[in-house]
Design a protein around this ligand. Structure first.
Ligand code: DX5
Ligand code: ZN
Length: 217
C-alpha cells in the first residue's frame, strides 16, 4: 500500500537545459522558468568530447537562480572542472561512462567535494556496464540523443535502460536527456524516469510555463 501511494505521488522533476536559451541574456531566460522548474540543467561541452562548445565555470558563476544546478559534463578530463564547480555551489555533477577510464575514482571525488554524482550513458552504451558502480551513484543520466546538440529526435533505446535501472535499484534517480517533449516525456515517466531534461521544447515554446507543466502530466 505504501508503495502504491508513493508511486502515485511520485513527483517528476523537470530540468530545463539552458543550451536552448539565449546566452546573451541568460539570467532573464532563467527567470522565465525559475518558478516552475525543479532543477537547472547545464551542458558543459569542450569541442573534444562532443563536436560543440558551450560554457564553463565563469558563466555558471554568473547564473542567478535558486534552482539546483545540474551540471552535465561532456568534456575531456572532467576531473579538472570539479573543484571549481563545487566552490560555485553546483549540486549535481554528471560525467559520462564513455571515455572516463577511472570512473570509480571520479565518482568518489565528486562525493568528496560534497556534490551528488551521476553517470551518463550515450545511446550506444549498454546500461549493464554500470552494474559494478550502481551502488556508488546518486543518479544515472540516460541520453536519449547523441550528446552535443539540442533539438534532436528522441532515441527510444533509452526506455529499456530506464526500466532496467528502476528494476535493479528503484531508489536510484534516473534522468533522461534529449528529445523530450510532451509525448516522449509520457513514455519516460511510464518507464520510471525521475528527472526530465528539456531544452528546445521549453525554451522554444511561446508559453514556457505551460511547456514545463505538460511534461508532468
Ligand atoms: C545534448 C544535451 C541536452 C540538450 C537537450 O547533448 O545534453 O541537455 O540540451 O536538448 P533538447 O531537449 O532540445 O533535445
Ligand atoms: Zn544535457
Amino acid at each position: 500500500m505504501e508503495q502504491l501511494l508513493n508511486s502515485a505521488e511520485k513527483k517528476i522533476l523537470i530540468a530545463p537545459s539552458i543550451l536552448s536559451a539565449d546566452f546573451g541574456k541568460l539570467n532573464e531566460e532563467i527567470a522565465t522558468v525559475e518558478s516552475h522548474a525543479d532543477w537547472l540543467h547545464l551542458d558543459l561541452m569542450d569541442f573534444h568530447f562532443v563536436p560543440n562548445l558551450t560554457f564553463g565555470a565563469p558563466v555558471i558563476r554568473r547564473i542567478k537562480t535558486g534552482l539546483l544546478l545540474d551540471a552535465h559534463l561532456m568534456v575531456e578530463h572532467p576531473e579538472t572542472y570539479l573543484e571549481e564547480l563545487a566552490e560555485i555551489g553546483v549540486g549535481s555533477v554528471t560525467v559520462h561512462q564513455e571515455g572516463n577510464v577511472h570512473l570509480h575514482r571520479l565518482i568518489a571525488r565528486i562525493h568528496e567535494l560534497g556534490m551528488k554524482a551521476a553517470v551518463a550513458l550515450n545511446p550506444a552504451t549498454a546500461v549493464e556496464s554500470l552494474s559494478p558502480i550502481l551502488d556508488d551513484l546518486d543518479m544515472v543520466l540516460v541520453m536519449s540523443v547523441n550528446p552535443g546538440f539540442g533539438g534532436q529526435k528522441f532515441i527510444s533505446l533509452a526506455l529499456d535502460k530506464i526500466r532496467w535501472l528502476k528494476e535493479r535499484r528503484p531508489e536510484l534517480l534516473v534522468e533522461v536527456d534529449g528529445g523530450i517533449n510532451a509525448e516522449t516525456a509520457a513514455l519516460c515517466r511510464e518507464a520510471g524516469a525521475d528527472v526530465l531534461v528539456a531544452g528546445s521544447y521549453i525554451f522554444g515554446a511561446a508559453d514556457r510555463v505551460a511547456a514545463i507543466e505538460s511534461l508532468r502530466k
